[in-house]
Design a protein around this ligand. Sequence first.
Ligand SMILES: *Cc1c(COP(=O)(O)O)cnc(C)c1O
Length: 357
Amino acid sequence: MEDLDQKRIYNQFASDNYAGICPEAWQAMQAANAGFASSYGDDLWTERACEQLRHVFETDCQVFFVFNGTAANSLALASLCRSYHSVICHELAHVETDECGAPEFFSNGTKLLHVDGPGGKFDLAEVERAITRRSDIHYPRPKVLSLTQTTEVGTVYTPDEIAAASALARRHGLRVHMDGARFANAVVSLDVAPAEITWRAGVDVLCLGGAKNGMAVGEAVVFFDRELAYEFDYRCKQAGQLASKMRFISAPWIGMLENCAWLKNARHANDCASLLEQQLAGIDGVRLMYPRQANSVFVEMPEAVAAALRAAGWRFYSFIGSGGARFMCSWQTTEHDVLQLSEAVRLAVSGTSGGDA
Ligand SMILES: *Cc1c(COP(=O)(O)O)cnc(C)c1O
């Protein structure tokens, strides 16, 4: 496999899922590899991981482990809805734009209704309008409000904003789902207890991300209202999301939670993004698109600059507006990486200045 090693990617800010497995998750997985254990989640690692999540969230929540975020979101939403219901989400929400219709598929037709709002967050007046727009039988009945924390553009909902959104949802009989693929980055950014931005703020179910935080695979679906988890195990199994060797998904959670590695990883990623933000802020022609609040930096820059960066081997995502670029940091990003990228941007700007208007 040495030939593959040569092909390793170095210059990348494309995604936090480009990163490898962090040592804590890796060691926990290795520890779980000693001999036999019961299958399908009936093992001590899974039990311990669930207990730890209850400890972290300071409540007796019901926990399930699935392979990825799309499954976590889709199955969680399906458990909150009937097929004739609808889910209100932001127009940039991952469930709307990046899950290939899986939420609709697993809920047998529940419709996603998207709502706009600045900085990747809901405008609650718009949400209320979407909920109350229609109440007749011809329209899919709003049943869930889905928030993403950290949002798709790297901003963070404050505890008050979540509480206000939940209160609005409750007033109209809706449940609250949170897509927390980057939940840890929000916890660190806000410096709050996880409970403060979930069940204490009215969230019913959280899809807690593991992969982008440093695990190989696996997300936790955390039901704060246990009644909503009724028969969720069957949903997981039917969807092909019940791991037979469950301990290799659950054990890494123990490694991540035990010594707060999940928060350490998130803090590191956020700090890298903060440094990148500082570095890019002073460069002519580069404009920050959103407040940097977690582990990503979104910038607008001339197309020629983006092209020059790509030509130099840098990887990043581009979307939203012409030349818009997303630089995402992970537990594995180094300060050196950040400074190298910043230097590459400076170089690209000076090399293309005068060309691109
Ligand atoms: C990455 C991500 C997910 C999960 O995606 P999978 O590829 O299905 O694991 C969910 N929500 C958001 C906001 C994400 O960024």
